[in-house]
Design a protein around this ligand. Structure first.
Ligand SMILES: [Zn+2]
Length: 110
């Protein structure tokens, strides 16, 4: 008789599951990474990593990731040209650290 071995954890599949939940959460509702992190129960840092991946792959499901740029709450400077999605630390103009977080939304093509 063969012993049934316990399956090892499959991190890739787990990531896929998390990405699918993130996509379904921000489909039709605009949320910050912090809000997503609360809904999916993963750290905010990981949410950004998943969002980077989603941004590159979401076109395969006929959708795209709409990003509302982070904005300085003090002087209104908009962080448009950011390669990375993550919230910036401080404003390059007025040095304020009070930054409105970037927001994310999945829009499906009709
Ligand atoms: Zn500023």
């Amino acid at each position: 008789m063969k012993k049934k071995q316990k399956e090892p954890p499959a991190p890739i599949e787990r990531h896929e599951t998390i990405r699918r939940s993130i996509i379904s959460i921000i489909e039709g509702q605009t949320l910050s990474a912090k809000e997503i992190s609360g809904s999916v129960s993963i750290p905010e840092k990981e949410v950004y990593e998943h969002l980077e991946h989603i941004r590159k792959t979401v076109n395969t499901i006929d959708a795209h990731l709409v990003i509302t740029s982070a904005e300085c709450a003090k002087c209104g400077f908009v962080f448009r040209k950011r390669e990375r999605l993550k919230k910036p630390g401080k404003c390059p103009i007025c040095r304020s650290e009070f930054i409105h977080e970037p927001l994310f939304l999945i829009k499906k093509a009709l």
